[in-house]
Ligand binder design. Structure first.
Ligand code: 5GP
Length: 181
């Protein structure tokens, strides 16, 4: 894996697709073990979680489970704006259902907190969150996600669904922004 420079920023390889696949297997097994019904609904947070959700959902492989999509946006470039904009709401019925939110990354926790609150008012049986990446040092609000692929320091990440201004989402590995020398 080589470094990638885009928009004047250099990214270096951080987590390989093999390491990601291992954690996806682990999380899928944990989620399946913890489900108390056979028909949970997974809520993929677009756009960043679409790659992780696709792998995780297929690895969980519960025939009666469903997947829905929701979209919030708080990042511009490499910085969180601190403001949550709901772009796509949830139309699926989650009342009385086990809900598992699938996030790409939990940073300040603002998105996760807003999502949980929006879903909790719909009276689900339970709401849990699975995230590929979690930056514990950045968490400002809300709960620690129930299912975490990797705990990482507060650095800017791209690849495997995560973007830099909509680019780099298709990288199979996860990359980290390199500090300027
Ligand atoms: P939070 O609301 O927890 O601050 O941030 C959540 C959202 O911000 C994530 O779903 C993701 O879209 C974006 N985000 C947070 N950290 C990063 C990062 O390191 N890289 C990228 N590409 N997006 C991030």
């Amino acid at each position: 894996m080589a470094e990638i420079t885009i928009k004047g920023l250099t990214f270096e390889p951080y987590i390989s697709q093999e390491e990601i696949a291992k954690q996806v297997e682990r999380l899928a097994a944990e989620i399946k073990r913890d489900c108390v019904t056979d028909s949970p609904i997974f809520v993929c947070v677009l756009k960043g979680a679409f790659v992780f959700a696709s792998d995780l959902y297929r690895t969980i492989n519960m025939p009666k489970s469903e997947i829905a999509f929701i979209r919030y946006k708080s990042y511009v470039g490499t910085e969180s704006t601190g403001e949550m904009n709901k772009i796509l709401g949830l139309n699926d019925n989650v009342t009385g259902r086990e809900v598992i939110i699938i996030e790409d990354i939990v940073d300040t926790g603002l998105t996760a907190h807003a999502l949980r609150s929006d879903i909790e008012v719909m009276n689900p049986m339970s709401v849990k969150m699975a995230t590929l990446l979690y930056k514990p040092e950045s968490l400002q609000v809300g709960k620690v996600p129930e299912y975490v692929g990797f705990e990482i320091p507060p650095k800017f990440i791209v690849g495997y669904g995560l973007d830099l201004d909509e680019q780099m989402r298709g990288l199979r590995d996860v990359y980290v922004l390199k500090k300027k020398d």
